[in-house]
Each structure stands twice: as structure tokens, then as C-alpha cells.
Write a protein that binds this ligand. Structure first.
Ligand code: GP9
Ligand code: MN
Length: 631
């Protein structure tokens, strides 16, 4: 090839093709896109093109070669950063970046070894297109030539690039109807419209949600309140108030999934203490309980527990809506004479907790500064769970009673590393070290809970408290399906299995009550708030909450996930497929249809409340709308 005689738009063509190919290879190698047919493959292949034609095409307006080249290199760098940012984020969160998350840089500095272990030297690959473009600009003679184009030609070029966009959207619409209007699942979006268009779409959605708050005036509330009131569950007279005036200790069990309960690895129990509790006469153990979190992970779980509403579909609600008005469980308990706090040995700004806890009306946040943390008593993400329990009970002893306190464990956090002396069981054996280690850190947290119970008994707090524990979200993401399939003795993990793996343990321990039993209702984190408040004898009939009391006969066996998947007693809906829960086989979609609609409605109402900040117009004392409370 004669490099001197390259066609005049070669630099533009090189920029487009290299970024296009790199993006496509990235889709194939770095994200799990779940491509099911040739059409989806085609959409995935063409989806970066329209955007790249457009963005690099702007260079056709520049009159000098120098400005044009600079523009293209700058764009290429920005796009490479976007792609790489998504890759690094995906490795950790198994999800794509959204704008609010980008502003959570304070979190990223704390992610420490997690983020570190998500970056490799080979990642230079994600910049190959930029490097090639820079080389082309430097060494190809054609790069020195200005490429002035006639307006007509330019117009044709842009018409073509828009045609490409519409072709892409058209194909996507046939594959996934209502893709853009029901955007609860980022995976589908990126798969269909591409990572660049998705990023633009996200900016659009963010601005829309800001506008939604600005324009909301409370009139939207009547729909929401009607829906919520018609789905309320009657109190159960037997359990209502059984734990009246007791202290409440709620523990978020980091990354603890339900499959570890009453299960073994290498013949050894993974959670011997929790296993005993599942059969304990003072404990309710729920074995069909699911997390409902999204990108906000631990913080989403906290949000759901406090408010019985979903987090937002984009980013962590702890960041996006920490300025909202809420009617949290903490606020409710504060009104009922409780002293409220959170005990968590991490920086107060992580997940924006310091801000959000004010909005949730939590009186005191005992953060890392309230703990004695040394090299010897920390590992992985920080203070180990056993010293954390010991020190937390020391703090609790000084709290005014009755108190409500939420604890958040940390040792069982990805990447699940621990000190040899804390490894109480042998690791699992598979070619996936994350999964292998997971069992050991879960085992350690179980030991920490045993320690907590012991400490509470010693301090005298135990008899007059209730202890509630929930798994916050999955610990083993779908990136580890191979090892999980091996552990569970399955050929592969289907979307049906993945949905079932979102089960997390939920315990309510009421010392000396003697009323405990194993409960099988299909439930979710949303149900914790009403369930606990009712056990304490506090009514929630005027609260705008989406969950129901798990002891009520009106509770429905139906749980919706943040991404629109759902589980009932008979069905599982996942990956756009309706499954029979008993057999795990595909079944007629029409069986799922009514629940799909109900799920969408629930998500929609929850989003309306949060995006419009509607609780600022609601008086939870009277259940009435407050007029004109714009602030
Ligand atoms: C950090 C802890 C972990 O304080 O809550 O958060 P996660 O990464 O699991 O959301
Ligand atoms: Mn967590």
C-alpha cells in the first residue's frame, strides 16, 4: 500500500473503524452481554457506529488539518476513557456506569484494593484505537492535508449517520419493545443502543429527573396514595406489639446470600451459628427472602429497609436523592421515643452516608472515628467483624434506651480476603479464587455474629432487645457463574438460577418470645420496615411504603427486583422469560404478564415518589397531602 496516496478522508475512517472495532471487541470480551440470537449479535455489532459517525464526523467542519486532528484525538481519548471506565466498573459492580455514580469519586478512592484488583496492565488494549489514531496523525502524510468538504456532501454524510441511528433503534425496538421507556435494566440498553448512546441517554434521564422534582407539586400523590392504600396488609393481632419498647438492632450482613445457610463446603458448615438460629424457638428465619437492591448495593439495602421504597434505577439513591424528604423507620422510631443510630466502621462519606443519614433523621452515626482500628484488627475493607462486634456493643451499652441501631458488617466484602488466623474453614476448590475465598469470609462473619450474641448477653442488653439480620445483596456476581454452577452441582447457571441466587437470609430474633419458626413466604427487603414496626406495636397505615408486614395474612407471595425481574410462589420472571418455579422450565409468558404489569407499576410509583421528592407534600401523621410545600 502506498501510504502517500491514501484517500483524503483516511484519518476519519481510521478513527471511526478503530474505535468501532475496539468497542465491539470490548463488548465481547469484557461484558457479559447474553446474546441469544443472530439479530442481537448484529445489533451489538452496529450499535457503536451511528454515534461514532456523528461524533468523529464533526471534524468535517474544521478547516485546518491541525484542528481537525486535535479534535479527533481528543474525542478518541474521551471515548476510550468512557469505555475503560465502564470496563473497570463492570468488573466490580457487574453493571454499567451512570452519571451519578461518576460523581461518587469519594467512593472510588475508598474502594482501595477492590478497584486495584480490577485493573491490569493488559488494559492498555482499551486505548489501542487512540494510540493508532495518534500514530496515524503523526506518520501518515494524508494527516497533514486539510479535508474541506462541500456542504452537500457533509449533509449526505450526516443524513447517513442518522439513518444508521434509526436503523439501530428500529432493530432494537423489534428485539426489545419499549426499550427506552422502560429502562430499568442497563444491560439491555447497552446491548441494544451501545455504550455511547447509552451514556447520552443517561444524561437525558438525569436531567429529566431533576426537572421532575422541579415540576412536581403534590398533585401526583393521589395516584400513588391510592395504589399504596389499596395494597395495604392488615396487622396480625398475634404478632403486633410483641416486641414493644424493646431495643432494635438491625444488622446488614455484607454480601451474604441465602445459599450458604444450612449448607456445607468440604463437609464443613459455612454458617454454624446462623444454622442453629434457623431452628431456634425465638427466631423467625425467612428462607424465601430476596434482596431488591440496584447499583447502590449496601446503601440501597439500607434505603429499602428504612423507607420500604426502591432505590433509583440509576446510581445510588444515597447520592442522587440525599436532599429528599423521607419518612424513614428511624424517624418513625424517633417519634416513638427511640434513640436512633448507625454503627459502621467505615468513612462517614462512603455511599454519602453522612448526608443521607441526616435526611433519614438518624440521630448519630458512629463511623470509623468511633472505633479503635489498627493494622492488627483490620483486614480487607477495614475493621474485622469480630472486633467490630465487641466495640459496637461497648458503644451500645452507653446508648439511651430504648434504642434503634443499625449495624453494617464488612469482612465478607469482595474480594473476600482474610488473615490466615480468621480462616476457620478450608477454601472451596475451583478455578475461581473469589468463590473459593467467599466461603471462608462468610464463615468468619458467622463467628462474629456468635460473638455479638455473646457480648449482648454479657452486657444485659440481650433480654430487652430484638435482633434483626438481613443479607444486603449478592456477593458472588454472575461473573462467577462457572464456579457457582460447580458448587451447586449444575451444568450452568440459567437466568432462572441467577434470580433464585438473589435470595438473602432474613432473621428476626426475639429473645424469650418462644414464637419463632421457619417462614416460607416469598418476600423482600421492602417488607422489613412494616414487619419490624408492627412487631414494636407501631402502626404504619398512613405510611407511603411498598412492602407489607410478613406476618399479615394479606401479605402476597410476590417480590419485584429493582431490574424488573420478579418471583412469586409459582413463577420466576428473569431475562424476559417466564419460568415455572417448581420445575425451573420456561412457561407461557401470559402467566407472568399480570405480575410484569404490577412490578412495573410498583417500580414506577416508587420512582415517582423519589424523583418528584413527593414525600415533601405528604403528612404522615394524617395521611393527607400538604399543599404548596415547595422548597
Ligand atoms: C462500605 C460497605 C460496602 O461501607 O457498606 O458497601 P458495598 O460495596 O457492599 O455497597
Ligand atoms: Mn454490601
Amino acid at each position: 500500500m502506498n501510504l502517500k496516496k491514501l484517500p483524503k478522508h483516511s484519518i476519519l475512517v481510521i478513527a471511526i473503524i478503530t474505535t468501532w472495532i475496539k468497542t465491539y471487541i470490548t463488548y465481547q470480551t469484557s461484558f457479559d452481554m447474553k446474546i441469544e440470537n443472530a439479530m442481537q449479535q448484529l445489533i451489538l455489532f452496529i450499535n457503536p457506529l451511528a454515534f461514532l459517525l456523528f461524533i468523529y464526523g464533526i471534524s468535517l467542519f474544521f478547516k485546518t488539518a491541525k484542528v481537525r486532528n486535535r479534535y479527533m484525538i481528543t474525542m478518541s481519548i474521551i471515548l476510550s476513557i468512557v469505555v475503560y471506565g465502564n470496563v473497570a466498573f463492570y468488573r466490580f459492580f457487574n453493571d454499567f456506569l451512570t452519571l451519578p455514580v461518576l460523581f461518587q469519586t469519594s467512593n472510588f478512592s475508598d474502594l482501595g484494593n477492590s478497584a486495584g484488583s480490577s485493573m491490569y496492565f493488559g488494559d492498555i488494549f482499551y486505548f489501542t484505537d487512540t494510540i493508532l489514531l495518534i500514530l496515524a496523525v503523526k506518520f501518515l502524510p494524508v494527516a497533514k492535508e486539510a479535508t474541506i468538504v462541500k456542504p452537500n456532501l457533509r449533509r449526505t454524510y450526516f443524513v447517513l449517520s442518522f439513518a444508521m441511528l434509526f436503523l439501530n433503534l428500529g432493530l432494537a425496538e423489534t428485539e426489545r419493545p419499549q426499550l427506552l421507556t422502560r429502562s430499568f435494566d442497563r444491560q439491555l440498553l447497552v446491548k441494544n443502543i451501545g455504550t455511547f448512546n447509552y451514556q447520552l441517554y443517561d444524561i437525558f434521564i438525569q436531567s429529566k429527573s431533576h426537572a421532575q422534582r422541579a415540576f412536581a407539586d403534590g398533585s401526583e400523590l393521589s395516584d400513588v396514595t391510592n395504589y399504596i392504600k389499596s395494597n395495604q396488609a392488615e396487622n396480625n393481632k398475634k404478632t403486633f406489639g410483641v416486641a414493644k419498647k424493646r431495643n432494635v438492632i438491625i444488622i446488614s450482613l455484607e454480601s451474604t446470600q441465602n445459599f450458604v445457610i444450612n449448607n456445607k463446603v468440604n463437609g464443613q458448615e459455612i454458617t454454624p451459628f446462623l444454622n442453629k438460629l434457623t431452628k431456634d424457638k425465638d427466631t423467625f428465619y425467612f428462607d424465601n427472602f430476596y434482596h431488591q437492591t440496584g447499583l447502590g448495593k449496601t446503601s440501597d439495602a439500607e434505603f429499602i429497609i428504612e423507607n420500604s421504597l426502591f432505590g433509583t434505577g440509576r446510581g445510588a439513591v444515597f447520592f442522587t436523592n440525599s436532599g429528599n424528604t423521607f419518612n424513614s423507620m428511624a424517624e418513625k422510631l424517633d417519634n416513638n421515643g427511640y434513640y436512633t443510630s448507625v454503627l459502621h466502621a467505615n468513612n462517614k462519606s462512603f455511599w454519602n452516608r453522612d448526608m443521607m443519614y441526616q435526611a433519614l433523621k438518624i440521630k448519630h452515626f458512629y463511623d470509623v472515628d468511633s472505633y479503635h482500628v489498627t493494622d492488627a484488627n483490620s483486614a480487607n475493607w477495614g475493621l474485622k467483624d469480630i472486633p467490630y462486634m465487641d466495640q459496637s456493643v461497648n458503644i451500645m451499652k452507653k446508648l439511651p434506651q430504648p434504642f434503634y441501631t443499625r449495624m453494617i458488617t464488612l469482612s465478607n466484602h469482595f474480594p473476600f480476603t482474610s488473615d490466615p488466623e480468621d480462616q476457620l474453614i478450608k477454601p472451596y476448590t475451583s478455578d475461581d479464587n473469589t468463590v473459593n475465598r467467599y466461603f471462608q469470609t462468610v464463615r468468619y462473619t458467622d463467628e462474629a455474629i456468635k460473638e455479638l450474641f455473646k457480648d449482648l448477653k454479657k452486657s444485659g442488653l440481650y433480654d430487652n432487645s430484638i435482633i434483626v439480620m438481613y443479607g444486603d445483596h449478592y456477593g458472588i456476581s454472575e461473573n462467577h457463574n462457572k464456579a457457582m454452577a460447580q458448587y451447586l452441582g449444575k451444568d450452568s447457571i440459567t437466568p432462572f438460577d441467577s434470580a433464585q441466587l438473589q435470595k438473602v437470609p432474613f432473621f428476626i430474633h426475639i429473645p424469650h418470645s418462644g414464637i419463632g419458626k421457619q417462614m416460607h413466604e416469598v418476600a423482600g427487603q421492602m417488607d422489613v420496615r412494616p414487619t419490624i414496626l408492627h412487631l414494636l406495636g407501631i402502626n404504619t397505615k398512613d405510611d407511603l411504603q411498598l412492602g407489607t408486614d410478613l406476618f399479615s395474612k394479606d401479605h402476597k407471595d410476590f417480590v419485584t427486583f429493582r431490574d424488573g425481574r420478579f418471583v412469586t410462589d409459582k413463577l420466576v420472571y428473569a431475562g424476559e422469560v417466564c419460568y415455572d418455579k417448581k420445575t425451573g422450565q420456561k412457561t407461557d409468558i401470559s402467566k407472568c404478564q399480570p405480575y410484569i404489569e404490577q412490578s412495573n407499576k410498583k417500580l414506577d410509583y416508587s420512582d415517582k415518589i423519589i424523583n418528584g421528592d413527593l414525600l415533601r407534600f405528604y403528612d404522615d401523621q394524617t395521611g393527607k397531602t400538604k399543599s404548596n410545600n415547595k422548597k
